[in-house]
Design a protein around this ligand. Structure first.
Ligand code: PLP
Length: 396
């Protein structure tokens, strides 16, 4: 094996050594419970407060509007269930998009089973929600709109500013799942019309099992977890101090380095896209060419539809870690992606994507290695089916 390349940063990112260093004392000597009144508790409390300031800094907001949670999934659940529970019976309609992460979609299914009406907005062939569709979906009973900032499978960015503005004009709360976007692109809640926003530490070179929900001051939210009243009563449980410290440091680093990192990643990403589509015939980019996350590439291969898992395994054997959809696809191997189907792909093509996601620790040498091994892997597999090359028009 020539070397190992990790190109699955949308699934999770390597912990930045500076984050690990910040967490280390809280895995050993600094063990206090932030609720305790003595010196050990005080030390832990101050560390959690510092992390809250760091996360608030990333979003350009006040620390009092940040609630620490156990994951991006929990943040999404708290946003949706918490708003609906707090809103009473008379406003029970929620609008979301058809390409959300299961953390949103399954929460919507749960709410539907409890009498909440859910409208799922379609997307176009590049995975973008049409703001006019949101205007049409609004009802007098609409309580919440939840549309992700960036899609985890195809990398497309959504017009969050416009969608949030429409929600606000209708007096409706707006939540965005920014788990893929936070720390990669600027998210400034002073100018973005969002009321709630989810993020997750392990997508921005922090630890797994810790997330945050931004809750704009004045938004009423009911808790999911009841108990001792931590996190303003919205997320009871003794805080995961080491994890929270890690999230804080990861957010601080992202805030300081995001601008330069994005320029570098866009350059690598575009080099990868242009080289792959030039080197390998019948290869196409999935998602929007420009409105996409800096390090995110999603590729389709005509003639290899349905063979993405085999391609992934061939790349893995060559030391390159990529994904065929999302991390969740390990549980749904071989099934068509509902995201690609929502974008107009038929069931066969919706099984044929390869997600290649670059992050902070990837280099040009990694891209070069990928460009060496991918054509080999594809040559070994084609032709499996006799699909003709597709055009963007056909895919829509
Ligand atoms: N939302 C999006 C868009 C994601 O990509 C993910 C994880 O892949 C999540 C939510 C869930 O985050 P977590 O893994 O922290 O629960």
């Amino acid at each position: 094996m020539a070397g190992q390349v990790y190109f699955d940063n949308a699934a999770t990112t390597p912990v930045d050594p500076r984050v690990a260093e910040a967490m280390q004392p809280y895995l050993a000597g600094r063990f206090g419970n932030p609720s305790s009144l003595h010196w050990a508790g005080r030390e832990a409390r101050e560390s959690v407060a510092c992390a809250r300031r760091q996360v608030a800094g990333l979003l350009q907001t006040e620390p009092g509007e940040i609630i620490f949670t156990g994951s991006g999934t929990e943040s999404d659940n708290l946003a949706l269930l918490g708003v609906i529970e707090a809103s009473g019976q008379e406003r029970n309609h929620l609008v979301t998009s058809s390409i959300e992460h299961p953390a949103i979609l399954e929460t919507c299914r749960f709410l539907e089973r409890h009498g909440v009406e859910v409208t799922s907005l379609p997307v176009d062939g590049e995975g973008v929600v049409d703001p006019d569709g949101l205007i049409k979906a609004m009802r007098p009973t609409t309580r919440l709109v939840s549309v992700m900032a960036a899609n985890n499978v195809v990398g497309t960015l959504q017009p969050i500013h416009e969608l949030g503005r429409i929600a606000r004009e209708h007096g409706v709360l707006f939540h965005t799942d920014a788990v893929q976007a936070a720390g990669k692109i600027p998210v400034d809640v002073r100018t973005l019309p969002v009321d709630l926003l989810s993020l997750s530490a392990h997508k921005l070179h922090g630890p797994k099992g810790v997330g945050a929900l931004y809750v704009r001051e004045g938004v009423s939210l009911a808790p999911l977890v009841h108990g001792g009243g931590q996190e303003h009563g919205l997320r009871s449980a003794t805080e995961n101090v080491a994890g929270i410290v890690g999230l804080g440091r990861a957010a601080e680093i992202a805030a300081a380095e995001m601008a330069d990192e994005a320029v570098r990643l866009v350059r690598l990403r575009d080099h990868l896209i242009e080289s792959v589509t030039a080197l390998i015939s019948n290869t196409y980019l999935i998602g929007h060419r420009y409105l996409r996350l800096p390090g995110h590439v999603c590729l389709g291969f005509s003639g290899l539809e349905g063979e993405a898992i085999k391609l992934l395994l061939a790349l893995d054997a060559a030391g390159v870690a990529v994904s065929s959809g999302s991390a969740c696809s390990a549980h749904h191997a071989g099934q068509p992606s509902y995201i690609l189907q929502a974008m107009g792909f038929d069931a066969l093509r919706a099984r044929g994507s390869l997600r290649v996601t670059l992050g902070r620790f990837n280099t040009e040498a990694d891209v070069d290695l990928f460009l060496q091994v991918l054509p080999e892997a594809i040559r070994a597999m084609r032709p499996v089916t006799s699909y003709p090359a597709v055009t963007t028009k056909e895919r829509v």
